[in-house]
Unconditional design. Structure first.
Length: 311
């Protein structure tokens, strides 16, 4: 009996890239002749003609399905929706811009079909074409989060991975609103084999991820998988309490010996500003965790569907 492979493609303003993607995935499907292919495009509230292009492809190919959101909910929501609607024995997530090489699916399927592995993941071993500062902070992020979290994050790991139905069901059981999929993939466990490849630039268009969005996404990952920042803020607070106690003793002794209680006004202002900054930093850490709790307790849906290929 043929196995079914579902390809999930989150799309946000990928009108120009979709024809290239479909051309490449069709080449791969011919080589995977023993597999039933299902492609699910998730339109994440695109403002260009992405949805129209997808609908046109659905008319031409019965293997293609789509989900269209009522607005932009983000890539994490799009991936979760795709996993929910996937019907395959094996499921993969791919970007439409061809930065996830479709031809790798052949090797990935060959490695997973014998049942030895539950997941075949991909990781970039180079970041050629990326801004140097972006690559530097990306590597720094993985070093920091792996020090803080018990859940291992693989440097260079992509969302592009081929997973068994059992692993996907485990991921779907994690219904948290604030999602960081790279962490969730690692959190559920299962035996994973990594395939390495060199960075591939977008086939067309520009990346939707700027430095600020990546920074916010990194914070999502740290907050979602570690409470170390809270402990760190407590340690900083304790340190400054001890330091202030020592300084009070120093000032008392100094006043008794030299009777010079009013000197050092500029340094005092600097200290006040510095300590205030540390306090605001720690409050910001606590506030970030509280905001995540606030969003989770609202119990809002992760995404809202406007239409599918069945409507």
């Amino acid at each position: 009996m043929k196995k079914k492979l579902t390809v999930i493609v989150p799309c946000y303003n990928e009108e120009l890239a979709l024809p290239y993607f479909c051309n490449e995935i069709n080449k791969v499907s011919k080589k995977l002749s023993k597999v039933i292919l299902e492609v699910i495009f998730v339109d994440d509230g695109s403002t260009d003609k992405t949805l129209e292009v997808i609908k046109d492809m659905v008319k031409k190919d019965e293997r293609i399905r789509f989900i269209s959101f009522s607005r932009n909910f983000g890539k994490e929501a799009a991936m979760y929706a795709g996993l929910n609607y996937a019907t395959g024995d094996y499921i993969t997530i791919m970007d439409a811009d061809l930065q996830d090489p479709p031809e790798m699916l052949i090797e990935m399927y060959d490695n997973i079909k014998n049942g030895e592995y539950d997941c075949i993941g991909t990781r970039r071993i180079s970041r050629k074409g990326e801004p140097v500062i972006r690559s530097f902070f990306a590597k720094l992020f993985y070093k920091i989060i792996n020090k803080m979290s018990k859940t291992e994050m693989v440097d260079g790991a992509r969302d592009f991975r081929l997973m068994t139905r059992q692993m996907v069901n485990a991921i779907l059981s994690l219904k948290e609103y604030n999602r960081y999929s790279k962490g969730l993939f690692s959190y559920v466990g299962f035996k994973t084999k990594w395939l390495e490849y060199k960075n591939v630039e977008r086939v067309v268009g520009k990346s939707k991820w700027n430095f600020f969005k990546l920074f916010v996404y990194a914070i999502e990952g740290i907050v979602g998988f570690s409470t170390i920042p809270l402990i760190l803020s407590a340690i900083i607070g304790l340190f400054f309490c001890l330091l202030s106690f020592i300084m009070i003793i120093v000032i008392i002794i100094r006043t008794l010996i030299w009777s010079d209680p009013v000197s050092g006004w500029p340094s005092l202002v600097c200290i006040i500003l510095f300590v205030s900054g540390i306090q605001l930093f720690c409050i910001g850490i606590i506030g970030t965790y509280l905001s995540k709790i606030y969003l989770e307790t609202k119990n809002r849906p992760i995404y809202v569907i406007k239409e599918t290929e069945k409507d």
